[in-house]
Design a binder for this molecule. Structure first.
Ligand SMILES: Nc1ncnc2c1ncn2[C@@H]1O[C@H](COP(=O)(O)OP(=O)(O)OP(=O)(O)O)[C@@H](O)[C@H]1O
Ligand SMILES: [Mg+2]
Length: 227
């Protein structure tokens, strides 16, 4: 039953990959609800389907069966164009590797999703600076990605994910590529953004410490999600 506070709901999600040799069922009936303002971890062994699930929840991949709704809006049956617009405005992604655009400064990387969404440049600039301030990188706004440390690149990626004030941020191993201390600082940042802005996070991780600090902890076992 859908609740008003549900920001994301997934019902009976299945995903079968077709390979030349066989059919590979990865998700075997995932049902979950995320409420506004929650910060949730998803753990489970390598290959269990965490990234597959996050891609489907964010509309980057389609389930073989089942339905995902974000803020009451179904992702099924949308054209690729409207899905792309939906993702840009309403879902933030943070991956293990930052995927920042190498020829653009930190500030420009954060501004781009806003410009794509049709925001005015001066408005995007102000918001971009504010976001970089929040992730502690205001004084690095003119740096290109290669002129930033790994932890700083991930913080820019977090700021970019927040650019259009998405309903939910899906983070896939956000600190998987960072050393322990830098990873910890990134986790602190996510928790700070969650409590200060009420940003909703769903984080797939192998990091036990991060998973245990989350308000809710989901575990993936054999293609299903357990609370
Ligand atoms: N496009 C694809 N085609 C075929 N098989 C795929 C595809 N994408 C993923 N898989 C398979 O689906 C399974 C789940 O992959 P997924 O990347 O979701 O795992 P994961 O839980 O994120 O693992 P890790 O913790 O290592 O990141 C794996 O066995 C993988 O080989
Ligand atoms: Mg993965």
């Amino acid at each position: 039953m859908e609740d008003k506070r549900d920001i994301l709901s997934a019902f009976d999600i299945h995903r079968v990959f077709t390979t030349p040799e066989t059919l590979l069922p990865v998700l075997k009936g995932v049902t979950l609800e995320v409420k506004r303002g929650e910060i949730i971890s998803v753990t489970g062994p390598s290959g269990v389907g965490k990234s597959t699930l996050l891609h489907i929840l964010g509309g980057l991949d389609q389930p073989t069966r089942g339905e995902v709704r974000i803020a009451g809006c179904s992702l099924s049956g949308q054209s690729e164009k409207s899905l792309a617009q939906f993702r840009n405005k309403r879902v933030g992604f943070v991956f293990q590797f930052h995927y920042l655009l190498g020829d653009f400064s930190a500030l420009e990387n954060v501004m781009i999703p806003m410009l794509v969404a049709g925001r005015r440049k001066d408005d995007a600039l102000v918001q971009g600076e504010l976001l970089l301030e929040q992730v502690g990188l205001r004084d690095r706004r003119g740096h290109l990605p290669r002129q930033l440390s790994g932890g700083e690149q991930q913080r820019v990626a977090v700021a970019r994910a927040l650019a259009n004030q998405p309903e939910i941020v899906l983070a896939d191993e956000p600190s998987g590529n960072l050393d322990t201390e830098t990873g910890r600082k990134l986790h602190d940042l996510l928790f700070r953004l969650n409590s200060a802005n009420g940003t909703t996070f769903l984080i797939a991780t192998h990091n036990k410490e991060l998973a245990e600090c989350c308000q809710r902890q989901l575990k993936m076992v054999d293609g299903k999600v357990l609370e």
